[in-house]
Design a protein around this ligand. Structure first.
Ligand code: FAD
Length: 481
């Protein structure tokens, strides 16, 4: 199989090709669709982008309804320094101003078992975890690091990543933690404190690769909001983007594709092209008629699991977290329904004494507990929990707004999560595989960075390259895979 350097292609463009330019229909104007479209257009192809919503970005979704320059990132908000393609687009290609997004502040709180402590004061003995003698007094990070050390040693060896995928693909995180003899009491401590409870039953290797890479260690945010990134494509692509075009059917023949979509007035329209790149999340494809796919492709489409998640933003008349608690960033973790409070440096307006925080950012079961509530109930419930940590929230609260990604009909969840047995074998092999003239590029199609913008970009580059250079029914590997 051919191997490419996705970063180099994003930097320098697709290689010159003797094949005739073609008309490519790109479905979805999230980061994958926009990136694939830009590369193909710059290489001389004609591109039509069909996007269901009236905005670009998909799961990059910035809410600008707060006063002044304040905003809230409902979707992606942080860019790890390890994500070279995303960093290239932000800094070199579009020259967007960024600032650090630190995730740790020892002045933030831990609220578990009814006890509230600053992180700087936290010690396991101060909370009733009932740890057995051999774990007593040990910090959660320390316990986790000790059990992960054999995997860290292994991944550092040549071929280590492949070994881990082969050896541990059948493991969930909790399978491994239990096999490593962590006590139930230790699991009950590290679950909420390290924000693992929502991840316990998903793939060990996927979680471990993020832990190993320390993706949360060095992050930036885009000063004017993450949506500045998809919007930066507009000057290059505006003439070929159709917003409000809800794709309902894709048919392919030997020589081309025909895409049927509902336009903003509700009328059905068709557009024909030579090939099509489909960037819509896999679980939403079940609502589309797609011709010519084989059973193995449908098997994967049916089985890609998309996680639940929500964010609840609140606006307060004062930034008491700064003035009273000396907190300007970081996360308070709790075992309350709100789970995590994020003091976001992104989205504050220095011209105001007001400010916004993410009063609740929660995944999976924790998010489901909010899905069935009305918007008003969600805000009220989250505010009550927040007041247990910050009583001043009650009198300074001005406005709240939430976004539940599992209820978003154009996202279908926060993003793809590997479960055990899914990083290899039939499921994985069919994940990003094109079928004749239909190509699949989204953040589920890159194993290493799945569920990050980086994955959407890698998938976009690989598919644009394959299509442009005339590969059939396969995409190349990226050198970093
Ligand atoms: C809450 C949250 C937090 C996140 N945090 C981060 C982060 O901090 N950093 C990071 O790197 N990543 C983060 N991510 C992940 C990141 O947002 C995604 O990996 C990335 O944006 C996916 O891009 P995509 O193009 O593959 O898919 P999408 O962004 O989902 O794009 C798909 C597009 O298809 C469109 N579409 C859907 N159905 C149709 C249809 N029928 N017809 C036409 N168009 C359709 C959608 O409207 C959308 O625009 C986060 C995601 C969420 C939800």
């Amino acid at each position: 199989m051919q191997t490419i350097d996705s970063l180099k292609i994003l930097q320098e463009g697709l290689p010159s090709s003797s094949a005739a330019p073609r008309h490519i229909i790109v479905i979805g104007a999230g980061m994958a669709g926009l990136t694939a479209a830009l590369l193909l257009q710059e290489a001389g192809h004609t591109v039509t982008i069909l996007e269901a919503q009236n905005r670009l970005g998909g799961r990059v979704y910035t809410y600008h309804g707060f006063p002044g320059k304040m905003y809230g990132e409902f979707g992606a908000m942080r860019f790890p320094k390890q994500h070279k393609l995303a960093q290239h687009l932000i800094h070199e290609r579009f020259k967007l101003a960024t600032r650090p997004f630190p995730m740790f502040d020892e002045d933030t709180f831990i609220y578990v078992n009814g006890t509230r402590l600053r992180r700087s004061e936290f010690h396991p003995d101060k909370v009733d975890f009932n740890l057995p003698a051999h774990e007593k007094g040990r910090l959660p990070d320390e316990l986790l690091k000790a059990v992960m050390q054999p995997l860290i040693d292994k991944i550092d060896e040549p071929g280590g990543w492949d070994y881990l995928v082969n050896r541990y693909d059948s493991y969930s995180l909790i399978d491994f933690l239990r096999e490593s003899s962590l006590s139930d009491a230790a699991l009950a401590m590290i679950g909420p404190l390290l924000n693992l409870e929502g991840r316990f039953h998903f793939s060990l290797v996927e979680w471990f690769s993020h832990y190993y890479e320390n993706v949360f260690g060095d992050l930036v945010f885009i000063e004017e909001g993450a949506d500045a990134l998809p919007n930066a494509f507009v000057p290059h692509l505006q003439s070929c983007i159709r917003l409000g075009a809800i794709v309902q059917e894709i048919q392919q023949s030997e020589t081309g594709v025909t895409v049927t979509f509902k336009d903003p007035a509700g009328y059905s329209q068709t557009v024909s092209g030579d090939e099509c790149i489909l960037t819509v999340p896999f679980n939403l494809l079940r609502h589309m008629e797609i011709g010519g796919l084989d059973v193995n492709k449908w098997y994967t489409i049916r089985n890609v699991y998309y996680g639940r998640a929500h964010k609840i933003f609140m606006q307060f008349s004062e930034r008491w977290w700064e003035t009273k608690y000396n907190i300007s960033h970081g996360v308070t973790v709790t075992d309350l329904a709100i789970r995590n409070v994020v003091y976001t440096p992104a989205g504050q307006d220095p011209g105001y004494s007001k400010g916004v925080i993410i009063a609740s950012y929660a995944w999976e079961q924790d998010s489901m507990a909010y899905s069935m509530l009305s918007e008003q109930e969600r805000i009220g419930q989250a505010l009550q929990d927040l007041c247990k940590i910050h009583p001043e929230a009650r009198h300074t609260f001005e406005f709240g707004i939430s976004h539940d990604w599992s209820l978003d009909q154009y996202a279908g969840g926060i993003g793809p999560l590997f479960r055990p047995h899914e990083m290899s074998g039939r499921f994985y092999d069919n994940n990003g595989r094109p079928v004749n003239l239909i190509w699949f590029a989204n953040d589920a199609c890159d194993r290493r960075h799945r569920r990050w913008i980086e994955a959407a970009l890698v998938a976009a580059v690989k598919n644009a390259f394959a299509l442009h250079t005339g590969l059939r029914n396969e995409v190349p590997l990226d050198i970093h895979e």
